[in-house]
Design a protein around this ligand. Structure first.
Ligand code: LLP
Length: 424
């Protein structure tokens, strides 16, 4: 599509929450060079649209940024943020490692052609089967969460296996309780005394090669300081060849969110590494949300506009079936009508599911929403499709890659046949 520059406008704030390059053409939203409402016509709704060049640029920004600050390093994408074969393939092509939590993510990573040596297996309840799959695939690193992992691995390994121990760094974070993981009593990892015992034990193991330590303090963290404290905490456990510092950098969902930049986050962790960690160490980081949230938007179609006692509801054809962030964590999202961007009156955007908690946005200004119009919710790239479900028989949405005026399906929408396929 050629865009007449005289019609291109960038001003409404919502555009700043969308992938770079998103703009308006005659007041209509254009993402990846495609009109959002035309994408809805072509691929149906709800649909998760990912700006592929924006995602690749972000993957490079992370990899180059970390490499420039700490040469012996690897960015490992936390694939739980958007597990889909096409995204695994993209991350592998960009040279990133991939964190897989369990057998399903492992299968998709392998299908996406990711080099198994660059896979990091996580999980606080890895089964025999999942560990056997990982060992057979040649996964480079297994992160030990508990002593049962050790017992299983010692039983299953047939060759030397690189492992890290996940340590609870006891660093508190200002995030939602459900996504904080660095505190004492977290269900993930071992507290420092138990980690010390295991370190001593694994140093005598001939099959499990203890490469180093892992720590992940939580998600949607909007301040860099806790990341530095986590580095200091793991450093207290001794010198190792590898330190995996997890993920956690927050994304920008709303106009008021001001997450640290990737560069500021990388400065913080590498400065802390220079102070506290051995210079020869290999540094790994596992960004998920901050890699992918802002590369994605969700397209919905308005099904009903109804006046309530004190507010007017805009009901769309998705909801908590494709976005649990709101009901689980109270995450605020911003939205716009695809073809009338900016301005308008306050509406409550609700989903199609059978509960009152199925509300996507409590109050957002929309310009004249009407039945059949396309509504676009910003910054839905991370964890929305991840936790999509079939509540009320909803069909899980497709993923559409856009970029430079092209659009292609990388994950098709579920079908009603899919819902019946598992019937025994
Ligand atoms: N590494 C490990 C071991 C993790 O558990 C996680 C996220 C990450 C890395 C990536 O963290 P990120 O950079 O994305 O913050 N279901 C929640 C998100 C849970 C995050 C779980 N672990 C949500 O929908 O917000």
């Amino acid at each position: 599509m050629t865009i007449d520059a005289s019609h291109v406008r960038l001003d409404p704030a919502i555009v700043s929450l969308m992938p770079p390059g998103t703009h308006l053409e005659d007041g209509r939203l254009v993402i990846g060079g495609r009109l959002a409402s035309e994408l809805a016509d072509e691929f149906g709704t709800p649909a998760l649209v990912i700006d592929e060049p924006a995602l690749r640029a972000r993957a490079r920004r992370y990899a180059e940024g970390l490499g420039a600050r700490w040469a012996n390093s690897q960015v490992v994408w936390a694939s739980k943020s958007l597990p889909c074969t096409g995204i695994y393939r993209l991350m592998g092509e960009e040279g990133l490692g991939v964190d897989v939590a369990g057998g399903g993510e492992l299968v998709m990573a392998l299908a996406g052609g990711v080099d198994p040596a660059r896979l990091v297996l996580h999980g606080n309840a890895k089964t025999d089967r999942e560990l056997a799959m990982a060992l057979e695939a040649g996964v480079g690193t297994v992160v030990i969460d508990n002593l049962d992992d050790v017992a299983r691995l010692e039983r299953l390994v047939t060759a030397e296996q690189g492992v890290l121990i996940r340590v609870i760094p006891d660093v508190a974070t200002a995030t939602h309780d459900a996504i904080a993981t660095g505190h004492q009593n977290s269900k993930f990892g071992l507290a420092v005394p138990e980690a010390r015992e295991l370190i001593a034990r694994l140093r005598g193991s001939d099959r499990l090669r203890l490469d180093g330590l892992h720590a992940h303090i939580g998600s949607q963290i909007l301040d860099v300081e806790p990341f530095a404290r986590a580095v200091e905490a793991v450093a207290a456990l001794g010198e190792f060849d590898v330190y995996d510092l997890g993920g956690g950098l927050g994304a920008r969902y709303t106009y008021d969110d001001h997450p640290p930049s990737i560069e500021s986050y990388l400065d913080t962790i590498t400065d802390a590494a220079r102070r506290f960690l051995p210079g020869h160490a290999r540094l790994l980081i596992e960004p998920g949300r901050s890699m992918i949230a802002e590369a994605g938007v969700t397209l919905y179609r308005v099904v009903s506009v109804k006046r309530g006692a004190t507010r007017t509801f805009v009901a769309v054809d998705g909801g908590m079936g494709d976005n649990l962030e709101v009901s689980l964590y109270g995450q605020r999202f911003e939205a716009t009508m695809a073809d009338r961007v900016g301005g308008g009156d306050p509406f409550t955007v609700v989903g199609r599911h059978c509960e009152s908690g199925d509300q996507l946005i409590e109050s957002v200004a929309l310009r004249a929403p009407a039945v059949g119009d396309v509504l676009v919710v910003a910054a839905t790239g991370a964890y929305c499709l991840t936790m999509a479900n079939n509540y009320n028989g909803a069909l899980r949405p497709p993923i559409v890659f856009v970029g430079n005026g092209d659009a292609r399906l990388v994950l098709r929408r579920e079908t009603y046949e899919d819902l019946l396929r598992r019937d025994a």
